[in-house]
Design a protein around this ligand. Structure first.
Ligand code: 5GP
Ligand code: MN
Length: 340
């Protein structure tokens, strides 16, 4: 990775106007990494802008630089202008331009250098420079490595530290997942030295539900969850009517998919949500059950071994049926999961 970071450093040196983009429905890592890089580049005298394909959850609105984010779905003209005049595009926390639809097409057509910084499996092929480590906890961890190698970690101020901390915090599930390495804790120790207050960030990120959101979680667990004991699996679905009843906003459903894994004998969790345009699915697992492969084989998706997503063009009922029909092929694997 050192050579790749060096190549990225050369590209950054040559660039003055840099557009930073991330995936749709950006999560803590997507927003943390893009805003950390934006501030770092601005501190280095560059003009840098973050463009997101869609809006993001309100629990991320406190992040430093939030006011400057250009949301493509609301501000298409401004986003197009920035893409036209930029001399470098940095793509963070995703691996294929088609995943960001129209915005991806605009970027693909634009004849400028492209860099990718990402920790997903199967990094893309469209970029000129790739900084990838599929074992890294988060793209934010990679941003830390980039800054440390290019200018030393003294260039990380309190604002950048808060952004990086947020992405590591959310992508490790609060330092729970197996990607929580000694390096993660070393980096986090340095971020705390730089002024991050973990209690404050954790309250903003994890303890900022409104009443509806907590009731929605209760509804999902009580009325919308099926457990399949013979497959060590569980599934939760959410209908359009549920969206309306609980006044669900983007981000409110974040994390629901993790709850079934709180059961001792459940190793595989699926969350199916009926969105206006399509059915979106989230998958999570414990141990060595590979949901990246499950998502790819069954629901046109991917992600990581323990956290992946996918989609379905069928209606909700048919999608649930397809999910249930897919389970038997994984029975043996799910009955021999190695939890480590
Ligand atoms: P989430 O369930 O939080 O939406 O996504 C979990 C992980 O899977 C994320 O790392 C995300 O990038 C990836 N992911 C989610 N949806 C898709 C999809 O439709 N296709 C692919 N390839 N990856 C996805
Ligand atoms: Mn990530």
């Amino acid at each position: 990775m050192r050579q790749d970071i060096k190549a990225l450093g050369s590209l950054l040196l040559l660039s003055r106007e840099i557009v930073i983009v991330t995936h749709a429905n950006p999560d803590g890592d997507a927003m943390g990494s893009t805003l950390a890089l934006m501030r770092y580049l601005r501190n280095q005298g560059k003009r840098a802008y973050v463009i997101t394909p869609t809006p993001y959850a309100s629990f991320l609105k406190w992040l430093p630089g939030d006011k400057d984010v250009i949301v493509y779905s609301y501000q298409q003209e401004l986003a197009k202008k920035k893409i036209e005049i930029c001399d470098l595009v940095c793509c963070l926390d995703f691996n294929a331009l088609h995943r960001i639809n129209e915005l991806g097409e605009l970027i693909e057509k634009r004849d400028v250098k492209k860099a990718v910084i990402d920790h997903h499996l199967f990094p893309g092929k469209f970029q000129d420079v790739l900084v990838s480590n599929t074992k890294a906890s988060s793209t934010c961890e990679l941003i830390y490595e980039v800054i440390e190698q290019l200018t030393g970690s003294d260039a990380i101020d309190e604002e950048i530290a808060n952004c990086i901390y947020t992405g590591i915090l959310t992508d490790t599930g609060g330092f729970q997942f197996s990607c929580t390495t000694p390096r993660v804790h070393q980096i986090v120790a340095d971020l705390l030295q730089k002024g991050v207050k973990p209690d404050i960030v954790q309250n903003r990120v994890f303890n900022s539900f409104n009443e509806n959101r907590l009731k929605l979680l209760g509804h999902c667990l009580s009325n919308r969850m099926t457990v399949y004991p013979e497959y060590h699996a569980a599934m939760i679905y959410l209908t359009k009517e549920d969206w309306e009843k609980f006044n669900v906003k983007g981000g409110d459903t974040e994390g629901i998919v993790n709850y079934p894994l709180k059961m001792q004998d459940v190793y595989f969790s699926c969350f199916i949500i009926e969105r206006p345009d399509l059915i979106k699915m989230s998958f999570r697992s414990k141990g060595d059950f590979d949901v990246n492969s499950f998502a790819g084989t069954n629901f046109e998706g991917g992600g990581h071994a323990n956290a992946a997503g996918g989609k379905s063009q069928d209606n909700l009922e048919k999608t649930i049926e397809r999910f249930e029909k897919a389970l038997p092929a994984y029975k043996e694997k799910l009955n021999t999961v190695n939890l480590g």
